[in-house]
Design a protein around this ligand. Structure first.
Ligand SMILES: NC(=O)c1ccc[n+]([C@@H]2O[C@H](COP(=O)([O-])OP(=O)(O)OC[C@H]3O[C@@H](n4cnc5c(N)ncnc54)[C@H](O)[C@@H]3O)[C@@H](O)[C@H]2O)c1
Length: 299
């Protein structure tokens, strides 16, 4: 989407960190922006930044609440008309070894980080398809979608899920002139260490909350070394304009990624596949390649 001026973006988790950075930069570049977030205190602070800008609108939304998502999308359309860009960015983190995680931990982290993306797609994609002007979906994953973290196990699983869903959406939506990106950042100077503040009571896991919070307490210092929300916004906007599927922001992971991909390639058995299987795989591979190329031509 080379021309973004006047386009409408719906950003989840937009009141802090990465999402707020996207909102700032999109708005600076002439877009109309809906900030959707579960935290009213953060929405108030974010809206104070934008002052009386009529092209920025805040909606309190829990992305796991499907009915509320529909109401939020209705409100966004009432205020700005058609939605063109959907940033499924809301996310939380939990630092508990996977073997000690509870069902509540799974339901909370998967529900927000993966389920929130699903709900965004299910609610807003049909609206973008319907207006027919094209669009762009950006899903925030993480470098954790490639580099598993033993201390943030469910988080890692949720981000692998976001990566997989994004890849499939890209291959499915180009025919409607809708591009898809997956944003995979490393450290961001954000407030993700406050995640426990938005854990719903019904998904409480007191022992793990306390445990994770111990780790979270040292995170503000670590996160200060992260890239700024504004840099996030610039990177994501550039990715939207160029129609990049992968939006990376941190150069320092290249070597580690190479080690992971080398491990995968080295694990593939040597030898030849039978001819009929090869023929089937060639058809599949050619179709996939064509879809990827066509997805890359949307502008
Ligand atoms: N901070 C990092 O270093 C880092 C690294 C890689 C990926 N990410 C990803 O970036 C995204 C944004 O996180 P951030 O670092 O900016 O954190 P953040 O906490 O600063 O911002 C996330 C926002 O999401 C909101 N949120 C949480 N649960 C929600 C829900 N159920 N419904 C609606 N909003 C909800 C929070 O209130 C918050 O405003 C997340 O998906 C996160 O996983 C962050």
């Amino acid at each position: 989407m080379k021309q973004v001026e006047g386009k409408v973006a719906f950003i989840t988790g937009a009141a802090n960190g990465a999402g707020f950075g996207m909102a700032q930069i999109f708005s600076k570049n002439g877009m109309k922006v809906v900030l959707a977030d579960i935290r009213q205190d953060s929405l108030d602070r974010a809206m104070a930044y934008f002052g009386k800008n009529p092209n920025v609108h805040a909606i309190r939304l829990d992305v796991t609440d499907r009915e509320a998502f529909v109401r939020a999308a209705d409100e966004a359309e009432r205020v700005f008309g058609r939605i063109h860009v959907l940033c499924n960015n809301a996310g939380i983190n939990l630092f508990v070894p996977i073997e000690d995680c509870t069902y509540n931990d799974y339901d909370w982290v998967m529900g927000v980080n993966f389920g929130g993306v699903v709900n965004g797609v299910q609610t807003i994609l049909p609206r973008i398809r319907k207006h027919g002007e094209g669009g762009h979906i950006v899903n925030t994953a993480s470098m954790g979608a490639f580099l598993p973290s033993a201390s943030a196990g469910i988080y890692t699983a949720s981000k692998f899920g976001v990566l997989g869903l994004s890849a499939v959406l890209r291959l499915s939506l180009y025919k409607y002139n809708i591009a898809v990106s997956v944003f995979c950042p490393g450290l961001i100077n954000s407030r993700i260490y406050e995640s426990e503040k938005v854990r719903p009571q019904k998904l409480a896991s007191p022992q793990n909350t306390a445990r994770s919070q111990e780790f979270m307490d040292i995170l503000p210092k670590i996160h200060e070394a992260g890239i700024s929300p504004e840099e996030v916004g610039e990177k994501v906007l550039a990715g939207i304009r160029r129609n990049d599927f992968y939006i990376f922001s941190h150069p320092e992971f290249k070597e580690e990624l190479k080690e992971i991909f080398d491990e995968v390639l080295n694990a593939i058995p040597e030898g030849e596949a039978p001819a009929d299987r090869l023929a089937f795989e060639k058809t599949r591979r050619d179709a996939l390649k064509k879809a990827r190329e066509e997805a890359g031509t949307i502008d």
